[in-house]
Design a protein around this ligand. Structure first.
Ligand code: HEC
Ligand code: HEC
Ligand code: HEC
Ligand code: HEC
Ligand code: HEC
Ligand code: HEC
Length: 452
């Protein structure tokens, strides 16, 4: 008899444990480590975890610097490698720079020691065996699956607290049951499992309440984590190898966006100009005597241009491409096409990117609040409430953007218009009830339009 009661209690315990594990499992995949996120955003363009690429593999980098007795200097290296090299106090800096002749690492003055530490921590926590024989990307891909297993420490703290509470509750029940069986023999035996659980739950309502509260709270936190980890990139502004100001070029000097982003009307992507495009102007505009001369010199290093050679400068043939860090970055499963929006949809770059011609700093993902201030969006009655680049953002615009199917000189729309007029006037009228035919009404909310 005693045994069955104990078993029941154990039963409750294991149900709760199961629930907890379930909660934990559903929580943990949403925790992305800061180190991994930073690595992917800032370093992965040049570094892989296990393979040498544009820069050396980062696995074991801390060890390599510690071996030189320069464990502390690696932070300075990441923050400003040129400065550290210039100071001459680091042997490793000189050695690795000599080894990667011609490639210069980006300056990351905005990274704190803690953030840099988190990058190396993540890198060194990767499993070298898992990627043996892979290509340069293997280290990265392997990393992303690896990371799912490790949660933040406070996941464990929550879990620990929950276990303590349950153990307390369960041992309390056990004691109570022992007392009960001693005093009144079989009385508890006649209760059904559910009734017994109810009595137990009521008796320990404080514990049960606490456990439930913690469970619910952590589920909510988990849900938010999942939602936020779907790539909210508003305000994202990675550091760039050259401090390229859009206002000076597209604003003050009135250079057309398409001069540099020349595939924007023709293809899916807008494209980032190669260094040759910069050289069209900067061979002459050398920044002599200006405080931005250092930035122009970086263009020359990249293009392999030596302004001091010959009468007007010469190419040395030693080039090293500028590696711009991507600012806008949709996940691979999303299809976005620039020419469709700019040419067919007739949208202005501003409506999605803000007024770049006024931006002094390097490009960043504009917050949706800023986009709402853009005149073209106000005129088209487009108002965003969802963060830029999220699915909600695309959907919202498709629900609000009118498409001028009647007045356009676009064959595709003419075709739709004629077909609607011929076959289904009521449908056309219902589309037009709000005075416009929206992208949504033409299928812009269909999953397959945006997802591969
Ligand atoms: C534009 C390309 C580029 C980016 C982006 C970049 N690096 Fe580098 N990194 C290099 C190159 C090239 C070297 C080799 C040294 C040199 O030529 O300056 C290097 C060297 C290093 C080294 C020395 C490795 C060793 O074996 O001693 C460390 C550490 C390092 N990078 C960390 C980082 C971190 C952390 C980030 C991201 C925050 C990053 N790098 C981003 C190009 C890059
Ligand atoms: C002189 C060349 C030049 C002109 C003109 C120019 N850009 Fe750029 N643009 C660049 C370069 C170089 C970068 C990469 C550096 C950066 O991200 O800040 C860039 C980056 C961008 C990005 C971010 C790219 C990313 O990685 O997601 C956007 C958006 C952009 N430009 C839009 C515009 C718009 C809109 C205009 C016109 C108002 C314009 N650009 C005019 C050179 C140019
Ligand atoms: C409907 C919104 C929208 C409009 C309009 C728009 N863009 Fe973009 N732009 C995006 C999105 C979304 C991305 C990210 C694409 C990706 O990651 O695949 C992007 C990325 C870019 C990039 C980074 C390189 C690339 O192609 O991924 C540049 C440069 C750029 N846009 C320039 C422009 C210029 C110049 C115009 C105007 C001629 C323009 N965009 C108009 C939404 C827009
Ligand atoms: C069509 C001509 C043209 C092109 C192409 C061009 N620039 Fe410029 N750039 C200018 C002019 C003009 C200035 C302003 C010079 C001044 O103020 O003395 C300038 C200034 C700059 C500055 C200094 C800005 C400051 O005030 O800090 C940087 C950095 C720069 N350009 C980088 C680039 C890069 C990188 C590219 C290629 C992606 C590029 N430019 C392409 C014309 C151009
Ligand atoms: C500023 C408003 C706006 C935003 C933001 C926007 N779109 Fe669009 N989109 C349009 C317009 C207008 C069209 C109509 C052009 C057309 O029908 O080809 C369109 C058309 C499309 C189409 C073709 C639909 C069809 O019926 O063939 C796809 C696919 C698409 N957008 C994807 C996206 C994705 C993905 C995003 C978010 C990353 C996005 N759009 C963000 C305005 C927007
Ligand atoms: C107008 C374009 C558009 C349409 C239509 C659209 N999506 Fe998306 N979806 C996106 C974009 C952009 C993202 C990436 C959002 C991000 O990274 O934050 C996304 C992300 C997602 C994700 C999250 C995946 C992740 O990155 O974690 C799911 C799931 C999804 N979409 C499902 C759907 C389904 C189901 C439909 C149809 C009912 C649909 N989408 C229709 C643009 C669209």
């Amino acid at each position: 008899m005693k045994i069955t009661n104990t078993q029941r209690v154990k039963g409750i315990g294991s149900v709760l444990t199961g629930l907890l594990l379930l909660a934990f499992i559903s929580l943990s995949p949403s925790y992305h480590s800061q180190g991994e996120a930073l690595f992917k955003a800032k370093c992965a363009t040049c570094h892989a975890v296990f393979q040498n690429g544009t820069g050396p593999k980062l696995y074991g980098a801390v060890e390599r610097w510690e071996a030189e007795g320069e464990g502390e200097l690696i932070y300075e290296w990441v923050q400003n490698n040129a400065k550290l090299r210039g100071s001459g106090k680091s042997k490793r800096a000189a050695a690795v720079f000599a080894e990667y002749k011609g490639s210069v690492m980006t300056v990351f003055a905005d990274l704190t020691n803690e953030q840099i530490g988190s990058i190396f921590e993540w890198v060194d926590s990767q499993d070298p065996n898992a990627s043996a024989g892979g290509n340069a990307q293997a280290g990265l891909e392997n990393g992303s699956s690896e990371e799912e297993e490790g949660g933040l420490p406070w996941t464990w703290i929550i879990l620990g607290v929950m276990f303590v509470i349950i153990i307390m509750a369960v041992s309390g029940v056990r004691r109570q049951l022992k007392i009960a069986t001693k005093e009144s023999g079989d009385s508890t035996d006649s209760l059904t499992y559910v009734e017994e659980f109810k009595t137990w739950a009521w008796k320990y309502r404080l514990y049960v309440g606490l456990v439930t509260l913690v469970l619910v709270l952590s589920l909510i936190v988990g849900l938010f984590k999942v939602l936020y980890s779907i790539n909210v990139m508003e305000n994202y502004q990675p550091s760039q190898p050259i401090a390229f100001p859009h206002d000076v070029h597209a604003g003050i000097n009135g250079i057309d966006c398409k001069y540099c982003h020349n595939s924007v009307t023709k293809s899916k992507s807008a494209g980032i100009p190669s260094v040759n495009v910069c050289m069209n102007c900067h061979k002459k505009i050398n920044g002599e005597g200006k405080e931005f001369k250092g930035e122009i010199d970086k263009i020359y290093t990249a293009a392999g241009w030596d302004p001091s050679r010959g009468p007007a400068g010469e190419y040395t043939g030693k080039t090293s491409p500028i590696v711009w860090n991507k600012v806008h970055n949709l996940p691979d499963h999303v299809y976005f096409n620039h020419s469709q929006h700019v040419v067919v949809g007739g949208l202005d770059c501003k409506q999605c990117h803000g007024d770049m011609a006024k931006m002094k700093e390097t490009a960043k993902v504009q917050p949706h609040g800023e986009l709402n201030k853009i005149q073209e969006n106000i005129d088209s009655k487009i108002e965003f409430t969802k963060p830029t680049l999220t699915m909600g953002w695309c959907i919202e615009c498709h629900g609000q953007s009118g498409v001028d199917i009647a007045g356009s000189d676009n064959a595709y729309y003419d075709e739709i218009h004629n077909r609607l007029k011929k076959n289904d006037y009521s449908l056309l009228n219902s589309y037009n009830d709000d005075g416009k035919v929206t992208v949504k009404e033409l299928g812009g909310w269909e999953c397959s339009k945006c997802h591969y």
